[in-house]
Design a protein around this ligand. Sequence first.
Ligand SMILES: C[S@@+](CC[C@H](N)C(=O)[O-])C[C@H]1O[C@@H](n2cnc3c(N)ncnc32)[C@H](O)[C@@H]1O
Length: 404
Amino acid sequence: MRLHRNLVFAVIDALKMIFNDGEYADKVIEKVLRHDKRWGARDRAFIAETTYDIVRWKRLYAEIAEAHEPFTRPHLFRLFAVWCVLRGIRIPDWKQLEGTPERRIKGRFDELSKIRKFRESIPDWLDKLGEKALGSKLWTEEIAALNKQAEVILRTNTIKIQKTKLQALLADEGIETTTIQGYPDALKLKERKNVFTTQAFKDGLFEVQDASSQLVAPFLEAKPGQRVVDACAGAGGKTLHLAAQMENKGQLIAMDLYESKLKKLKIRARRNGVHNVETRAIDSTKVIKKLHNSAGRLLLDAPCSGLGVLKRNPDSKWKLEPEFVDRIMRVQQDILQNYSKMLKTGGQMVYATCSILPQENKEQVQRFLESENGHKFELVKDQQIYASTSGFDGFYMALLAKSK
Ligand SMILES: C[S@@+](CC[C@H](N)C(=O)[O-])C[C@H]1O[C@@H](n2cnc3c(N)ncnc32)[C@H](O)[C@@H]1O
């Protein structure tokens, strides 16, 4: 691989914004990629993937390079040099990379790889938390799987098209895909490409959605004609899937704390040809009270640590704090306690997270079932999806029925 100076400089700029200025990796990449219109698809892929890689392996690389935060520009180049050496890429003779100690880098890598928190490049607290929650064997496998780059998975918008037809259309646009057994609407890209510029995307024929996430809406068993509430809808990934399951019939109420997310949801709904969705921002408890005992189906896709989706958000490893995990667990129990009241007797609800921690998942559901509000509910089934066994994101979902 021949390295281009302006692309590497763009990576260094991006790393500075992410590591030193605390900006979000996806936003930074978007910003950096706007710098030069002449960059082609490969150049853009190099910048995005190299930046994400170095973000993912920050602790390991910094340890090898003996670089400390806040990183100076020479230190950021040292991280980049480690990336090159470990990938077998020849170091170019630029003054920023002069004197890269290649043998020492390889030696340090071998040494540090014996220790999980360095090998997997995670903070001490996270390594302890993961081991305590999952046990050493499962945590070791899980964190290794979560450090692999996520594949690009599409969900066919069955309101508009069948999967095989979509596959053919995408092939015409130069995007080759395969189906995935056990995920009826999913298509996996054979090669990473920008799918957002395709006509098929503009026509709302698919959404990008991880395979594990695609299991959540069907778990709720929503039927056409029902009143379905998606109480933590965000920008609507699962709302759109629910609409497709409901064949666009019935009433789908998408709620969130943030109006800005619901605005994005509306734009996506329009593109997807979804007509049965209305949005409601939760700006007071009244919004929830109005819907008490009214929904046939309820999705609680709760805010969580996001530890199941580190594949696609590697910078969470550095942004997440133990206090946040404690705080979000209280929010999850509040959501279960208060929002479950929107379900009518005989209805079903799904509690879901993109976390792999039992304390955010099974244990939350257990606590709810043992509480006064939870006595009307019973657990029908639940599923913990691990990245290490599925190959996709880590997720949890529990189906509860309101019987009384
Ligand atoms: C896991 S995300 C939802 C993802 C979304 N369902 C999707 O499939 O794209 C959780 C959402 O819950 C929202 N949220 C956080 N606290 C909330 C609360 N107390 N009530 C309702 N929504 C909340 C967040 O704004 C966020 O959009």
